[in-house]
Each structure stands twice: as structure tokens, then as C-alpha cells.
Design a protein around this ligand. Sequence first.
Ligand code: PEP
Ligand code: MG
Length: 842
Amino acid sequence: MPKYLTLTDYAQITGSAPIKRETHGWRAKCLQRLVRLDMPVPQTIALSFAVVREIATGAQMNLRHLLGHFPQGQLMSVRPSAEHPQWGGPAAILNIGMNDEKHAEIAAAYGEPVATELYLRFVQSYAAHVAHLDPDMFDATEPCLPALQAALRDYETEVEEPFPQSPAQQLADVLRSMARAWEGTSARLLRQAKGAPADAGLGLVVQAMAGGIGAGESGAGLIRFIDAETGMPQVTGRFKSRGVHALDAMQNGENVLYLTRDKRGPSLEERCPDAFAELLRHGDYARTRLREEMEIEFTLDDGKLWVLDAVTVQRSSRASVRVAVDLANAGIIERDEALMRIQPKALSELLHRQVDARARTEQFVRGIAASPGAAIGRIVFSSTAAQACASRDEPCILVRRETTPEDIRGMHSAQAVLTERGGMTSHAAVIGRGLGVPCVVGATGMQIDERRKTVRAGGHTLSEGDMLTVDGTNGVVLIGEVALLEPALDDRFTTLLDWADARCDIGIRANADTPADARIAREFKAQGIGLCRTEHMFFEDDRLTLMREMIFADTSEDRRDSLERLLPMQRADFIDLFEIMQGQPVCIRLFDPPLHEFLPHSKEGLRFLADALNKPLSEIIRRAEALSEFNPMLGMRGVRLGVTIPEIYEMQARAIFEATVEVSRRATPVAPEIMIPLVSAMREVELIKSRIDAIAAQVRSRMGVDFEYRVGVMVETPRAALRAGDIALHAAFLSFGTNDLTQMTYGLSRDDAGRFMSDYVQQGVFPEDPFHTLDLDGVGELLQLGAARGRKAREDLTLSICGEHGGNPESIRFCRELGFDYVSCSPFRVPVARLAAAQLVI
Ligand code: PEP
Ligand code: MG
């Protein structure tokens, strides 16, 4: 015996009805707000989640009570009302109650075409969404009487019953099909992907169709009061005279009026000035009272305005920022609320060019979105070709199997970089983010043929010179030139971030290696440089040869001689950085990579080097082979080089101190921070620090000037984190390099993990790529242990993070909870970090 549901557990939407978002959904709640604002909302009934659940499980419905709220013969609509608009819901069904009798009645009053259009549209949506018939059978575009008759006949043939004529039965069927659609597997998966819990409920809103078919000015429309792309105040939308429904109106484009005066055609403002003025008032009222920019769906019935619905305007990130700041400036919301309304990650869309979502695109290959932004250029396969393009002012895309430090100039010259291998912390990704160059890595679906100068993916073969568009925000590469949107760093953006800074209680610094990076860091108001990777400074052409000379030096004297010539160049680099940063802290990391990275990789390059160094090729090859390592990331690099070849760090320390003296003399005093990479034992720090102190003493006495400096350690090996207590005795600060720390904690190569990372994430082995999102359980525990042990040994120890995770809102939260002093991230992520950090305080 089926359960008999009287549906008395509904609420008529009035100002005082017990409607809550958690029980009746966002739409019902929003309609109630409109009613409270005295907007002319037609009679509306809200069914709660509980009632809709009962309907879905097959409860019999007696709708007499509910229908009693509507006049006899009233047409109705039913719309979904989930707890959050993003969770979706089944399609709205309009004009319920249309039948043969109503058709005749409307035809007599307002003409057959209007009646036919209403009836046909209803039959079409009923057939598709309620009876689940093939929508193609019912897609007659011309709403004429023969089309209506055909639709009714087709319905009867398919269902073997005439089209239902009873409004109560129509309504019951619509409610049941919408309630069941919500329970379907695909609807559930879709909403869960948008953050809905497994048991999310659906409310339904039954509303009287308000006119739109009267004798005087009648129709339906949508109005917005901002431009959804820019957020600037502007009336946009459409009105369809005598229309059936605004959304249909947009599709059909007939009898469509502009809203405001427009040279291209008639407007609602001219035809119905009173209703138009009333709409503007409602928009204003919605803004001040609902504290949001709303899009209002309305109808006119003989000139009388009805408000059917209002939803917040879907808008771009750029528009979100402008609206939030404007609402706060108008005193409608607090500044804190404006800050909370913007997703930090959305800000990175404003900093770079983006692929226009409206553009037609053809995908070439997919990969990991390693550095955001979009760029267009011609394919080149080598850094030399990229530089040649740049010299001709020709935009290019550097396509490589992977990049190495040798490619740095090529990357500087390219508009974007695409690599077959690599992950979030591989060379191309780190450098791309630092330079603000869009980058897609780990595009394993493509094969590069360097000899033929072609690249193949998904059935397409492209050659050098062909056009590509790289979308580094979404990790997609598109064939040809695609329309892009420009960045939007306007005054609203700056204002929002100034408000963020006023709330932030953790420092935000930038990882900056070059003067250009440092300038961007200043522009984005970073509070200093948290990581300057000095090795990049040695890849400039004139320095690379000297560097190689140093590597091939036979004696310590020869090595010192080459370094002596590198010293003025390093000093000039540091002078530049200190000047740009104007007294803000600058943390310089001593030389880190294995030396063989500076050697040529091709036979031709080795021959060229033999020539330059005036040594036999055989010796060059032998020495290069001797330098190669089986596992270079765990080999002779970082502090290990510093211990075994002390001259390099000594030269760097001298360059830093001499630059300090020079800049402090003519500008703001500088107190550099010197950071030792890849430490795993306390003695390494002790040794290097004593050598740095000795150099400082020499520079002080030679130049007759005193200066301050601090020496600290980069925690990148698990052992350094575990032994942080010992290490802190010799270090003023610890900065966690979570790229290497993640690599070593997992035993996962940061350059190769891209090959299988998507399989690992898809199969749930890792919840996310740990090079992208800090692994709080494992790597995080090392941060926690290291921070606690370090601080226990030395209370005034400065703690920070400088791996790529430093710009992620989740990592910032974690570091803040551990009492870190600052986070440091790529310059372009600084704004994101500033906002994320402020939100943690609010
Ligand atoms: C790190 O390892 O986290 C780091 C910042 O250094 P790099 O990426 O240069 O190895
Ligand atoms: Mg490192």
C-alpha cells in the first residue's frame, strides 16, 4: 500500500514563513528575501528537502491543498532549490497547467500564436524531462499549430496515452520526475564534484507563472546591473515582448528589446519607462539589502512588473574583485567580507593572460598546469631557436623533452614552455613560475622528433614554425592561435590586497633570482626575498665560459683565478637586488646544483668547450664523464660542494658582503641573509658558517665598514628536519625547501614523477600531487618536528618555507599554525598568498 502524502509540509513563501537554506534550499530562501524586500514576487510555494525525498521514494501525492493556493487555471513553474546554487538540480519546468482547454482560453484572449507557443514549449519540456522521450522528436523550432498537433500526436504514440490534461496530474508528475532526477547517479556525482555532501537534499519551488502574455506591454526578461566580465556598473540583459520565458527569448531572438536606449533597436526603457525604473530600483535594493549583485528574472503583465527569481550574477574573477571592493567602499559589506568573498587562487587569473572561455579551440595535448597564464607563439625546439625568434620579435613556444639550466635563456625568450617530461617542481615548472611564463609540463601524450623538428600528439603532427597556444592555467595546449583575455591589475585589485595586508599576520616573501623577478616582487608588495637561487646567475653567456673554466681548473689557484673573475659579476648581481629591494630582507642561497649541469650536453658543445679552454677534446670528455653521477640529485651538490670545493662559497660570500657595504654606503643599510642548501648534518653548517664568518671579518677589515648578516640553513633533507635542534645552534634561520624535502621523504624524483602522477592520483594512491599540495601527514610532520626542535634549541629562530608550496593557501595555513615567520613563493603567487594569509586571520 503506497504511502499517501498530503504535501501539507510545504511553506508558502511569505516574509515570515519558516524557510531556511538548509531545509528548503537557496532559491526558496532567496525568494523569501525578495518578498521581504517587497518585490512583486508571484505566489510561491516551497517544498522542503524532506518532502521532495518522500516524493522521490514514491509517496502518493494529494495536491489539492497545495493547488488551493493558486487560482483555478493558473499556470505554474517548478524550479530546483538545492542548498547551494553550484550544486545544480534538474531543469526548471514552466507553464504547467497548459492543456487543450487553457490553449483555447488563451487563444481567445490573446491570440492563437501565443497560446500555441506556451502549449508547445510545455509539451516539449514535459516529453523530454518528465516522460523521458527523445528530445529530438519534439524540437520543432517554429511554434505553430501544426507543430503543436504533431507534438501531441507523437507524445500519444510514444507513451500510449494522451498528453495529460489534468493540471494536478501534470504537477505531480513534474515533481516526481524532478525529485527522482536528483537521486540519479550522474546528478549525484556531478554535485559531489562541486563539494555537495552525499546526502545533499533538493527543495522545489512551485510558482505561479506571472503573465508575460497580457494585452498591454507583456513579456519576460532578465536584467543585470553589472558587466559580468569586468564588474563595471552597466545594465545588461534582454526583454522579449510577449515572450514565453526570458531564456527562450535569448535563444530565439525574436521580438527582443534592448533594456536601455540603444541605436540598434527599440528598448524597454523607452517602451515602459515606469517598469524599467522600477527594475533599477529593485536592483539597487537587492544590492544594498542582499549585499550582492543580482540578476533578476522578471515578467511584465499588461505593464505590471513581476519578479520571478533573482540569482547572484555569475561573473569572472576580475568582476568578483571589483564587485567586492565596490560593495565594501559603498559601506554595504565590511572589508573583511570583501576579502572573504574572493578565492585566493582566482587572483592568479587576473595576473596573466587567459584563454578566452568563449573561443573555439582544438586540443593538441594535455599536461600538468605548471605555470599559469596563456601565450601564443611558433613552435621552436631549442633554446637557441627561441633566442633567435626573440631577436626578430617573433613570439615562440619552446617545446622540449625537458628543460635544463642551460635552457634558461631560451625560456626567457619564449612566450611559453611545453615539456614532455617533468612535474610541478621540475626545472621548467619552477623557472616558468618564477618568470611568469606559462608552462605545461609532463605532456606525456606527445612525441618530439628533434631531427625532423616535429612534434606529434593525438593524431596531429606539427612542425617548427607552426602556431600553438599554451594554456598554463589549465594544462592544455591548443592548436593555432586562440583568443586571449588580457590581465586585469586595476586599482580594485590593489585595494583588495592592501586590505589583505592590514589583516595578515604572517610574512609573505618572494622567490626571486634576477632583478626582473625582484621588481615584480616589489610590485606585488612582497616583504622581501625569501629565496634567491644564485646558480641561475651563472648561466649568462659570459659567465658560463668562466664557470666551465672554473670547473675544469687543474689546481686550487686556477680555480680561484676563474672565481676571481666571476666575483665582480656576482657582486653586481647582488648590488642590483639589494637596491631594488630597498632595505627589505634578501635571503641568498649559496650555489646548489651539481657542477655537471654547467657542462655542454652535445658532442658539438664539448668540442666548442675544448676550443675555448684550449684543452684536448679527449680530456674534456674524460673530465665531463668523471663529473657525471648516477643520481645527481642525491650526489655532489649543495653544501657538499661547499665543503669539498670551498672556493665557490667563499667567492659568493665575498660578493655578498662587498655588495652589502657598497649599497649600505649609498642607500638603505642592508643585512643580507645567507642560506646553505641541502644540509643533512650539523657539522656541515658549522664548517660553512665559520668560513663565511672569516670572509665577513676580512671584508670588514679591508673595507673598514661594519655590517650585519645572518647565516641560516635550508631544510631539504629528512635528516636536517630531524636534527633541526643541533642545526639551529649554528643557524639564525631555517627555511624548509619542500621541493627537495618532498622528493626525499617520498623517495620520488621531482623530475620524473610527472610520468605516473596522474595514475597515482586517479587511483587514489596519493590524494593529490605532493609536489603541488604539501603532504601534511608525512612531509608536514617533518616540518612540525623540525620547527619544534629548532625553536626549542633557539627561541629566536626564524622559520619559513620556500618550496613551491609556499604560495598554496593550504600550506600557508599549516605554516601559520606552526608559528612560521613567513612563507616565500614565486613572485606571481605573492598576491594569492597575501589574500590567503589574510583570510586565515578573519
Ligand atoms: C626546494 O628544494 O624546496 C627549493 C626551494 O629549492 P630548489 O627548488 O631550488 O631545489
Ligand atoms: Mg632544493
